[in-house]
Design a protein around this ligand. Structure first.
Ligand code: AP5
Length: 212
């Protein structure tokens, strides 16, 4: 599992983790955005909460995440769960289903750095690549098709941050035995190097050589 404040760099690091370790990335935010884009009843319910930067109700989120984790690809290759759980209730729900992570990564970034990260973020809808206008500038050829998330404003970030701070300690409390805290206020490569070290050590200790 990977957690952190909004725009702390979870999605950015997940892309790298997936590339190296072959896990299936399951992002609660992406699952919800897919429902919104498809106009399903779950998506219609979620949209207002997401636009305001508030947590979508558990009856929409919990079943969605559990169903995705149960899919064959996640069961075969292992999963990397991003943005779930975000409350004690969500942690409880997944625990009751017998789902626990081998490692819980918490990316820590001071609040004041997150404003610039969130307002400068741009997404490539064709490739899923995450860019930043200053920290990871997009190549000229893709600039015209980049999009900005509707909740990526300073105002909405404040609400999202308040939600994060109100819940993070309770969530971390469920995973203290497997917690890896990472300083996310460093260049992306350095953050990844830290995460890579923790995951590689786990693989070395727990996965038979032939399967690694
Ligand atoms: P979600 O999509 O999960 O958003 P979030 O948690 O706010 O996280 P972000 O996607 O904004 O940021 P990130 O940490 O992935 O950062 P990124 O790598 O892009 O959730 C959205 C909404 O859905 C929620 O508000 C809620 O309404 C709902 N929701 C989701 N999960 C839910 C749940 N479990 N229950 C209920 N509701 C839920 O990086 C950000 C920017 O910074 C990028 O531009 C990147 O290039 C740049 N960057 C990254 N790392 C660095 C670095 N080291 N240095 C400099 N720049 C960097």
């Amino acid at each position: 599992m990977i957690a952190g404040a909004p725009a702390a760099g979870k999605g950015t690091q997940c892309q790298r983790i997936v590339e190296k370790f072959g896990l299936v990335h399951v992002s609660a935010g992406d699952l919800l955005r897919e429902e919104v884009a498809a106009g399903t009843s779950a998506g219609q319910r979620a949209k207002g909460f997401m636009d305001e930067g508030r947590l979508v109700p558990n009856e929409v989120v919990v079943g969605m995440v559990k169903a995705r984790l149960a899919c064959d690809d996640a069961q075969v290759h292992g999963w990397l769960l991003d943005g779930y759980p975000r409350s004690a209730e969500q942690a409880e729900a997944i625990q009751e289903a017998g789902i626990r992570p081998d490692i819980f990564i918490l990316i820590e970034v001071p609040d004041e750095e997150l404003v610039e990260r969130v307002t400068g973020r741009r997404l490539d809808p064709e490739t899923g690549e995450i860019y930043h206008m200053s920290f990871k500038p997009p190549p000229e050829a893709v600039v015209g098709r980049l999009v900005q998330r509707s909740d990526d404003t300073e105002d909405k970030l404040r609400t999202r941050l308040a939600t994060h701070h109100a819940n993070v300690a309770a969530v971390v409390g469920y995973y203290k035995d497997v917690l890896v805290q990472v300083n996310g206020a460093r260049p992306m490569d350095e953050v990844f190097s830290n995460i890579d070290g923790a995951l590689s050590a786990f693989v070395e200790d727990h996965v038979p050589a032939a399967a690694a």
